[in-house]
Write a protein that binds this ligand. Sequence first.
Ligand code: CP
Length: 367
Amino acid sequence: MQQIEHRYGDGIADPFRSVRCRGGRQRDSDAVRRTPRARLPVASRGAMRPAMATGELRFERQHLLGIEGLEAGEIEYLLDLADGFVELNRQSEKKLQLLRGRTLVNLFFEPSTRTQTSFELAGKRLGADVVNMAVARSSVVKGETLIDTAMTLNAMHPDLLVVRHHESGAVALLARHVRCAVVNAGDGAHEHPTQALLDALTIRRRKGRIAGLTVAICGDILHSRVARSNILLLRTMGARVRVVAPPTLLPAAVESLGVEAVTDMRRGLEDADIVMMLRLQSERMQGSLVPSVREYFHFFGLTHDKLRAARPDAMIMHPGPMNRGVEIDGPVADDINRSAILDQVEMGVAVRMAVLDALTRRLRANR
Ligand code: CP
């Protein structure tokens, strides 16, 4: 068995550290920074941001392991950079040479459609050589440890390692054993930072701001790294966040992250500007946390009827993969006036290009 250390920030206990729902053992509070910052109106954002044009260094970190610890300015910098890549990706000629000569390895220990494909596209559009390591056909299945895998890859001199792992803390552990930049593409129930960044970009482009919006994050909060990264990012950028779920799917002490916890769906959606639905993660559940899928959909599935409680222009989001008829009704997911689900996918490529660009700027400056 591999030993995975669980260490968050300054060693502060975290409601998502282990999946224990409300009513279970209480843990210490997490510290949440509240640094609201007004957004520029959409119209004032150019296709190519100055940060992109000048190459100035404003994201000084070696890795992107989580949203925790990021300053509002760093998040804005990545979003601004990504804005420019959105425009590039809509052109017929999408290729740049920013990462020419650089090697990106995708190392996914869990299935993925959106994240892996978009990191691959992002790397290729920036001119990198991209390798998708097939974990199922690698020496991992012969018992090689995570650290040995990391050190083996390290010896091949990659510049960027994008890692998804089923254990919280595994990506941070791996980052301590390699020389290259590491990006967390989702670790257990801990964090999925690029998902939160792409969600923020989607919100900012549609609503023109993040600060002051009310965001309802609904569903399986307990097992969701997407929820945790979004809570951290949205609170840092000045949004109000409500988490909406049955008590069995809310982490204990979730309010310590600066959110309101609500167990009634209609009440949770009241006056929401953004309704972010989450997948019911049956694969992470130990024991039965919902009576049945049918009952879950009845009380917590997003339908047009329940959506009436939100603001008339409320935007619907879902990180995918979606379970239609479980957490979201098909017609709601496909509602072209309300649903931003495919926009999120589009923003995912741009955000990942921004992250790869930002993390390699120092390398390129020292070339
Ligand atoms: N949202 C998300 O992480 O999707 P994938 O699992 O398909 O990468």
